[in-house]
Design a protein around this ligand. Structure first.
Ligand code: NDP
Length: 328
């Protein structure tokens, strides 16, 4: 048997378990491209998958890890050849298809994008699903017609992965960025990424009124629930909030008031199945626009054997920025 190191989620009578083990290459799922994974990244959904807190894993055994970067070893897809460096985010990898917390992965060639010019594999995974989702959110707000002249932009879950990249991208785009965080000690960090104002997230977690004082034209929300409802209630007329996360809950206790009385829009962001064209456009913009010093400042690097211990940590909102998993 040819085996490689991987984190593996199993389901038994006692529930889900997670172990770092040798995985038989014959157990890889169908796909036309086999990749030697060099880097992955830790995302909130990986915390859910590794702990079983929410049923994101739909197939057992499962290798978690919703994104990876690596080098093509073999390919039956003419778009890819051995030696190409590729990036994968989403498509159910780490949920329904074996994922990136492993030395090998086999996936559909259609799911891959080339490593964007100007980024190293480690930088691509420092961005990862979280950063790519932040970029999709910025693009969605721009498509709505919003500009820095429209008013401030608020980012929730600002010290997390999506939030940190969103703060940095918005700052780079010229926005006045309001970073909402629950962590007292992260003001300097967020100011360093480009936040002009820090907002205590407690101000957004109370029971939302249908409408409140107008505070921002745009928002990127990683939290959901009452926080998203408050963002909507405090949005300026004609503003928009890009909803991309649920770190605070899946519910949305809002009303139609922001929509019908202020013309506010709620824009949904789903990074998992974004088609190739907008996917590649988002990566190209990340490579061009994201401040790589800021990216370095928000990133820490760990080894594959250590990622299994971080599931609870990310769900508890205790990881800062992005965590790159160095594999080989
Ligand atoms: P992180 O854990 O890195 O960031 C989440 C941040 O949210 C935390 O750092 C914390 O920020 C804040 N937070 C955590 N718990 C709560 C809470 N109970 N109430 C309020 N705020 C809270 O996760 P990611 O950045 O990787 O992901 C963020 C969210 O976006 C997740 O829900 C994830 O599933 C979702 N997501 C969605 C995608 C899509 O395609 N739509 C793609 C990628 C992510 P602070 O301490 O600063 O307040």
């Amino acid at each position: 048997m040819t085996a490689f190191k991987a984190w593996v989620v199993e389901k038994g009578e006692g529930g889900q378990s997670l172990a770092f083990e040798d995985f038989d290459e014959a157990g890889l799922m169908d796909g036309d491209v086999t990749v030697r994974v060099t880097h992955s990244g830790l995302n909130y959904k990986d915390g859910l998958a590794m702990t079983g807190r929410m049923p994101v894993v739909r197939r057992f055994p499962m290798i978690p890890g919703i994104d990876f970067c690596g080098v093509v070893e073999t390919s039956d897809d003419p778009a890819w050849k051995p030696g190409d460096t590729v990036v994968l985010t989403g498509w159910g990898v780490g949920e329904t298809h074996l994922g990136g917390f492993a030395e090998r992965a086999r996936v559909k060639g259609d799911w891959l994008v080339p490593l964007p010019d100007g980024l190293s594999p480690a930088q691509a995974m420092a961005i990862g699903t979280a950063g790519y989702t932040a970029m999709l959110s910025v693009i969605a707000l721009e498509k709505h017609g919003l500009t820095p002249q429209s008013g401030p932009a608020v980012v929730t879950g600002a010290s997390g992965g999506v939030g940190s990249v969103a703060v940095s991208l918005l700052k780079r785009g010229g926005w006045h960025v309001i970073a909402a965080t629950g962590r007292d000690g992260e003001a300097d960090y967020l100011n360093g990424l480009g936040a002009a104002e820090i907002l205590d997230r407690a101000e957004l977690s109370g029971d939302p009124k249908p409408l409140a004082k107008e505070r921002w034209a745009a928002g990127i929300d990683a939290v959901g629930s009452k926080t998203l409802a408050n963002l909507l209630a405090m949005a300026k007329a004609g503003g928009a909030i890009a909803a991309c996360g649920n770190a605070g809950g899946m519910d949305l206790p809002s009303s139609v008031a922001p929509f019908i009385l202020r013309g506010v829009s709620l824009i949904g962001i789903n990074s998992v199945t974004t088609p190739q064209k907008p996917r590649r456009e988002a990566w190209a913009r990340l490579a061009e626009e994201l401040d790589l010093d800021a990216l370095a400042a928000m990133t820490r690097t760990i080894s594959l054997k250590d990622v299994g211990g971080l599931g609870e940590t990310i769900l508890a909102g205790q990881t800062r920025g992005r965590t790159v998993v160095e594999i080989g």
